[in-house]
Design a protein around this ligand. Structure first.
Ligand code: PLP
Length: 488
């Protein structure tokens, strides 16, 4: 009988199917047992013989057999050898048929995930590291050496302590630095206890949706707006109510039946992607309207740090008398995008509910990077890097503006904006911008189609062109490619 077992083991044995080899052998024997080819009670050939015939080292065979014993597929009987365990019922769902031949009744994904799949379809056409992908910052300019020193120093000095920090709100010294920074740059009124550190502004939006909304709630968003906001609203099963913007920001007068609005999500400093700043009159009107509806106002200040024309603007939060504005910010733009750290400034009464929710969502964001970031702020490196980048980004923006005006005066119209790390351009003739961006990607250029940021039929067509992370030559090469495509 062991000879028969050996024959079965040798048939269809392919050591290259999986790496490392002991795993390949483990999977092979396991499949033979589960599919009933090797019956319960069969004796396994000695490991030495198996190693020889399968052309494997004895160690490899022993490792595989140990794993199979550990999982309960094989059992060892003292003095008698190793046998296929006959003490479990063979699952009828495993057969020797290829999975595609079986009618699998696998459950489907949720409706929410189906909507996410649709939204994600055209989201990231083209590489996110090449001109003009909007998410990239000037990584060559970031003081990574300093960052590495701060990380290792923090770990050396207080690694043990940090390893046990447990605070759903985040690392307190970082929150204290942030409170100072936000008060001096954005007029935000808060103290560190109201600040929650999250994994980027995107998670901030998600936590808000879980704490404040019920399924079916109506959430007003600007049209156009960042698609990550739409994704969160879909995820919460809430209803997205798009409201158009003009040069003064959100046009609330177009919101007819606003009685059941649960939240307004706005980007008062700079609409993303159009770059419009909300006027003071509209800010006051929004807070008045929110008060009359008993609604929350979410101020997504993602794009606030780089204003080139004029002094910094104060936040909507600073005008709020009711404690109804939740302020969202991020470090993605000033530090680097993959850091995945952002923050919420919460009205005091919301702190306990947010804290409880965060503890169930992911506990808290990784503490070591928060601690290094607190040191980065403490040493003044954050502010000086921000100042330096502001200058550089202003130069990059004016280079791009000038080149677009020179090279595309008959085809593209630049949308005016006083800051931000990207430019929007409208097509003067009609092009399908989604298709256009796919063609650009094939030619090694990345741009985002403007129409994808709209949620209503009143779309504008054009391109969103990030400039922050690209040298002049790189931008110029990409512009030449765009020109060639437009005229082809
Ligand atoms: C308006 C807006 N909010 C939030 C985010 C997400 O930012 P983060 O990288 O901090 O998650 C983005 C990203 O582009 C954005 O444009």
């Amino acid at each position: 009988l062991p000879d028969l077992v050996l024959g079965l083991l040798l048939s269809e044995w392919d050591s290259k199917k999986e790496k490392p080899r002991y795993k390949a052998l483990y999977s092979h024997i396991r499949q033979l047992i589960l599919s009933g080819v090797l019956d319960g009670g069969c004796q396994m050939p000695p490991s030495r013989l198996l190693a020889e015939r399968l052309n494997l080292s004895r160690n490899t065979v022993m490792q595989a057999l140990d794993m199979l014993q550990g999982d309960g597929f094989l059992i060892s009987r003292q003095g008698a050898g190793v046998f296929v365990n006959d003490n479990f019922q063979k699952p009828e769902f495993i057969s020797t048929h290829a999975p595609e031949d079986i009618d699998l009744q696998v459950p489907t994904v949720s409706k929410r995930a189906e909507k996410w799949l649709v939204l994600a379809q055209d989201r990231h056409v083209g590489k996110n590291t090449q001109a003009f992908a909007p998410g990239r910052t000037a990584l060559d300019e970031f003081p990574f050496d300093k960052w590495a020193r701060l990380l290792s120093r923090r770990w050396r000095l207080s690694g043990k302590k940090l390893a046990m920090v447990e605070d759903a709100m985040g690392y307190l010294p970082l929150r204290a630095h942030l409170a100072d920074h936000l008060s001096s740059t954005r007029g935000v009124r808060c103290h560190g206890d109201q600040i929650m550190i999250v994994s980027g502004a995107q998670q901030g939006l998600d936590v808000i949706s879980r704490v404040l909304w019920e399924g079916g709630d109506r959430i007003v968003v600007e049209d156009p707006s960042f698609d990550g906001i739409a994704g969160v609203i879909e995820g919460a099963g809430a209803q997205l109510q798009p409201v158009p913007i003009d040069q003064d920001g959100i046009m609330l007068e177009t919101l007819e039946d606003g009685h059941d609005v649960k939240s307004f999500i706005v980007t008062p400093s700079r609409n993303y992607p159009m770059g419009v700043t909300m006027s003071l009159q509209r800010r006051i009107e929004l807070l008045r309207r929110a008060r009359s509806l008993g609604a929350w106002v979410v101020e997504d200040d993602f794009d606030c740090d780089f204003r080139f024309d004029g002094p910094p603007l104060t936040s909507l939060q600073s005008l709020d008398q009711d404690g109804r504005v939740i302020y969202i910010g991020t470090f993605s733009r000033i530090v680097f995008p993959a850091l995945r750290l952002g923050f919420l400034v919460l009205p005091e009464k919301l702190v306990p509910a947010f804290c409880a929710a965060k503890s169930f969502i992911d506990g808290h964001a990784s503490i070591l990077h928060q601690a290094a970031l607190a040191d980065f702020m403490e040493e003044g490196a954050f502010t000086s890097h921000l100042r330096r980048m502001k200058k550089m980004y202003a130069q990059r923006r004016s280079f791009l503006t000038q080149k677009i005006e020179e090279m595309f005066h008959d085809t593209l119209e630049i949308v005016p904006a006083d800051g931000g790390l990207h430019l929007c351009v409208f097509f003067k003739q009609h092009f399908n911008d989604v298709v256009f961006c796919v063609i650009l990607a094939d030619h090694g250029v990345t741009a985002r189609p403007l129409s994808l940021y709209y949620r209503t039929k009143n779309k504008r067509y054009g391109l969103v062109l990030g400039f922050a992370g690209y040298h002049e030559k790189e931008m110029l090469d990409a512009l030449h490619k765009i020109k060639k495509i437009i005229h082809s």
